[in-house]
Design a protein around this ligand. Sequence first.
Ligand code: G6P
Ligand code: MG
Length: 219
Amino acid sequence: KPLAIVFDLDGVITDTAHLHFLAWRKVAGELGIVIDEVFNDSLKGISRGESLLRILRHGGKEGAFTRAEREQIAARKNALYVDSLRTLTPQAVLPGIRELLSALRSEQIKTGLASVSLNAPAILQALQLTPYFDFCADAARIQRSKPDPEIFLAACNGLHVSPQACIGIEDAQAGIDAINASGMRSVGIGSTLTGADLLLPTTEFLTWPRLSAFWQLDK
Ligand code: G6P
Ligand code: MG
């Protein structure tokens, strides 16, 4: 069996992508930039600063702000986002995830988190999932957003396992590309992803028997 399973957070463990979207839409609107959910998809797995750059580019305002101004805008978005996280309770854990995490504990398979969100530890707390994770990669120490494999490699490193012995789970294309580049085996959630070693429609399909069968099949 795999030595570890490394999870993305947004869209795999809980659906915070919509909360990110609402906060960005408000901030972008104040700058005269309109974003929709389709555009928001391209921000999944992308750090806060890089997301802002993409939004400004989308609105044709790349050069309009200094670095200090951009930091202020990003801080405003984060304040809105953090405020919206108050609505997050253990009920917001996506279907099947708590069961999977507890099955992995029984199987003594290590668990890691690879989210570039600086709010990830607070989100795990709010969902009451912190005890299920052996190691969370520290987003503050990550230089490059997904699709760079850096954060998945950091998670494997922290778990003291080689990427080749691990499965990574992601709902965004940038995330699948990052997992594949890391040498881990990739499991995708959703229907629009390409390149995942195993593709499942929703988190409900994420069960240990299914992951175990996938691991053995691929060997
Ligand atoms: C995740 C989300 C992105 C978000 C990033 C940074 O990767 O998918 O949409 O921009 O985290 O989140 P943060 O909470 O640090 O702003
Ligand atoms: Mg995600």
